[in-house]
Design a protein around this ligand. Structure first.
Ligand code: NAP
Length: 315
């Protein structure tokens, strides 16, 4: 531990963005503290096979990938702790203060990499089948459903984008929406309506996911919310696309967030937030790409931005 809990950089969050920024800042000889959170590793810890992370031609599991990131950060002497940050004080400027319960830590610069979480329907069967045919990421898992029939839940741009993407792999994609009108933008709606592989199940909610980890998803119990009728719908997979929630509760009132709660980056060619000396990387600031590789890339950018910011400050 550093003297008086004082660091040049504190990184909050331990997905691909957090670990990558830790590797880069530590290799730049900065004194770095990484708060990993109790559930370290982020969204990849609930991802089974990752086949699109470059450098792993045979694929890698999400937890394995995060373990490799962590070990690489460890090798460069990053001071890591698997605890949750409970409070931050950023508005008074550098040095910033970060608390874990009653213990206060200080840093010249802060990198926020707390990520986001996919919203789920909250069904026990949905949770039991996560990684066995239930997913919240078509780009990550669509390939595993090549030639199969899948369902997508949601009516916003994410659901429309995921459904359209899945038609590249799947023989049929059914979009299940709880109303009879889509929320998504006109262009995305039109693209989905024009796609012959996409069918729509309106006014419908999923009540249960059928199947076991051995069989994979075999079907859904669905309910028509207008008639109350419950029926079985055969499918090989289920993609939940009802939105993501950025993990920014800690930063409310401390830093500018956009209207959906993501950290606002005034100039997106950098990772700087509206607070001088505070940077953000990964899904916590990115509702668009949300990939491990793009988060890692932003972690690298944040580390380089911090390094340069510290240099100009000390010049
Ligand atoms: P969203 O716009 O909030 O849409 C969420 C959808 O999920 C809504 O249709 C909602 O139904 C449905 N939903 C929410 N909770 C549900 C539940 N418990 N059960 C069933 N359905 C539920 O979220 P999003 O689609 O992730 O988009 C978020 C933002 O990112 C939007 O501003 C969007 O435009 C943007 N985005 C843009 C792009 C792009 O431009 N390429 C791609 C993706 C996202 P209701 O409609 O009934 O509320």
């Amino acid at each position: 531990m550093a003297e008086n809990n004082e660091y040049q950089v504190i990184i909050i969050g331990s997905g691909p963005a957090g670990y990558t920024s830790a590797i880069y800042t530590a290799r730049a000889n900065l004194k770095v503290k990484l708060f990993e959170g109790y559930a370290s590793g982020g969204q990849l810890m609930i991802t089974t096979d990752v086949e699109n992370y470059p450098g792993f031609p045979e694929g890698v599991t999400g937890p394995e990938l995060m373990d490799l990131f962590r070990r690489q950060a460890e090798r460069f002497g990053v001071d890591m702790e698997a605890v949750d940050v409970t409070k931050v004080e950023l508005t008074e400027g550098s040095p910033f203060k970060v608390w874990v319960d009653d213990t206060v830590y200080k840093a010249d610069a802060v990198i926020i990499a707390t990520g986001a979480v996919a919203k789920w329907l909250g069904l026990p069967s949905e949770k039991a089948m996560q990684g066995f045919g239930v997913s919240a990421c078509a780009t990550c898992d669509g390939f595993f459903f090549t030639g199969k029939e899948v369902c997508v839940v949601g009516g916003g741009d994410t659901a429309l984008e995921e459904a359209t993407y899945l038609t590249r792999h799947c023989s049929k994609v059914t979009l299940i929406h709880r109303r009879d009108e889509l929320r998504g933008s006109k262009i995305m709606r039109q693209r989905a309506f024009n796609n012959e592989k996409i069918e729509f199940l309106w006014d419908t909610v999923v009540e249960e996911v059928m199947g076991t980890p051995d069989t994979g998803v075999t079907g859904l119990k669905v309910k028509n919310v207008k008639t109350g009728e419950i029926s079985d719908y055969k499918t090989d997979g289920l993609f939940i696309a009802i939105g993501h929630k950025p993990s920014t509760d800690l930063f409310v009132g401390q830093i500018d967030l956009d209207e959906t709660g993501y950290i606002h980056i005034p100039d997106t060619t950098t990772t700087a937030t509206n607070i001088d000396g505070v940077f953000a990387a990964g899904d916590v600031r990115d509702p668009k790409y949300r990939q491990a590789i793009s988060a890692a890339g932003m972690g690298c950018m944040a580390a380089i931005d911090v390094e340069r910011w510290l240099e100009t400050r000390n010049a």
